[in-house]
Design a protein around this ligand. Structure first.
Ligand code: NDP
Ligand code: PYC
Length: 341
């Protein structure tokens, strides 16, 4: 019975999650933004940052580590640079508040940077940048997290799982979007594997003694992930640390101490988004039309997994047929929303 599925509409799931966030101390506006974000991740199959994360959000809010009512402060730094202090709140409301001013800068300069510091990012990055590509802009985003990845050849975790996401418009097609951790796997997927008793691919991480392991419990219990691609992914992860913390004023992944807030799970770090208006370039052959030429070439070459399409198709299907959730999961969400637990 507990493994059976029930289908929720996007609207129902957003309403349920919104109530959970409100019950746990978020303002109405923050609750709505987080609920939409988390529902989008679940709907589009980004399960490491879908409803599985609700327990983590709730535990963190209850621990007092994050401020669910924070009001971000925006600072216009330069013609192409906006900084936002999220005020110990979540990164998504900070982005929402700065969105219009940021787009204005991208469109007037051709390029602009948004840096969000003093912020908690606990979700996928693609929902942050997809809207830019949908309105014809190119966007690149990065966020650092918490020290759970050992740099290539090192023995102590320093980097976070540090994802990078990229979105670009493609003429006549959904945007090209990719978004992934710079570790072999997102920490969220390691947690899901541990819950389900599954082992991981060889080389995913190390145990507390620095020995390679495919055991998720060993990675989570004093061990760490490793960067993807050896020294190459390790350097990219380093770049994410430096650009996010260095430009936003936020913490490096190793810098914050959440031990005073038992239950806290949201990293308190920084995020950047670089936005580009491609209509400034291209010598008459704009990026969206060039992107469609490249996508056609990839298709002809037999590449059938161009990033962004799987998620786009799943989104369309689930908007029609609903989002499947385990009944045990829904029961738990409903209890959290009612304030019973
Ligand atoms: P995955 O390894 O699952 O990779 C996902 C990306 O790769 C998507 O863009 C996906 O496109 C594309 N993709 C997947 N499979 C293929 C394939 N076979 N061929 C080509 N492209 C493919 O991502 P991760 O597990 O590393 O990360 C999952 C999520 O976790 C991300 O959304 C990330 O932002 C988030 N995260 C958040 C962190 C935070 O601190 N907030 C930290 C770490 C991760 P498509 O969508 O079309 O399937
Ligand atoms: O899944 O690696 C992860 C992660 C870290 C912070 C939020 N998500």
């Amino acid at each position: 019975m507990s493994d059976a599925f029930e289908y929720s509409s996007e609207k129902e799931l957003i309403a349920l999650l919104e109530e959970i966030f409100v019950q746990n101390g978020c303002s109405d506006v923050v609750a709505r933004q987080l609920a939409e974000n988390c529902t989008g991740a679940e709907r589009d199959g980004s399960l490491s940052h879908g409803v599985f994360r609700i327990e983590g959000y709730v535990n963190t809010l209850r621990s007092g580590w994050v401020d669910g009512k924070a009001v971000p402060i925006i600072e216009d730094k330069a013609p192409g640079f906006i900084a936002v202090d999220a005020n110990n709140g979540f990164a998504q409301p900070a982005l929402a508040l700065a969105h219009d001013a940021f787009v204005e800068k991208i469109r007037s300069n051709g390029i602009a940077l948004l840096a969000i510091g003093n912020a908690h990012h606990f979700s996928s990055l693609w929902p942050d940048i997809l809207p830019f590509a949908e309105s014809g802009l190119v966007a690149l985003s990065m966020v650092n997290s918490f020290a759970c990845s050992v740099p290539h050849g090192a023995s102590t975790p320093v980097y976070g799982t540090n994802p990078i996401a990229f979105a670009a418009p493609v003429e006549g097609q959904p945007p090209l979007v990719f978004d992934f951790a710079t570790t072999t796997m997102a920490n969220g997927d390691v947690q899901i594997a541990a819950k389900e008793g599954r082992s991981l691919p060889a080389g995913t991480g190390v145990d507390r003694n620095g020995e390679l392991t495919n055991n998720p419990d060993a990675i989570l219990d004093g061990g760490a992930l490793v960067p993807f691609g050896g020294h190459k992914g390790s350097a990219i992860s380093l770049m994410v640390e430096l650009l996010t913390a260095g430009l936003s004023g936020g913490n490096f992944s190793f810098e914050f101490d959440w031990s005073t807030h038992p239950g806290a799970e949201t990293p308190k770090t920084g995020q950047i988004i670089i936005g580009i208006d491609p209509s400034f370039g291209g010598l008459g052959r704009g990026l969206p039309s060039r992107a469609s030429v490249l996508m056609k070439m990839l298709e002809d070459a037999g590449f059938d997994a161009r990033p962004g399409l799987r998620r786009h198709r799943l989104c369309a299907e689930r908007r029609t047929h609903g989002i499947p959730l385990k009944i045990s999961q829904l029961t738990r969400l409903r209890a959290l929303a009612s304030g019973a637990i």
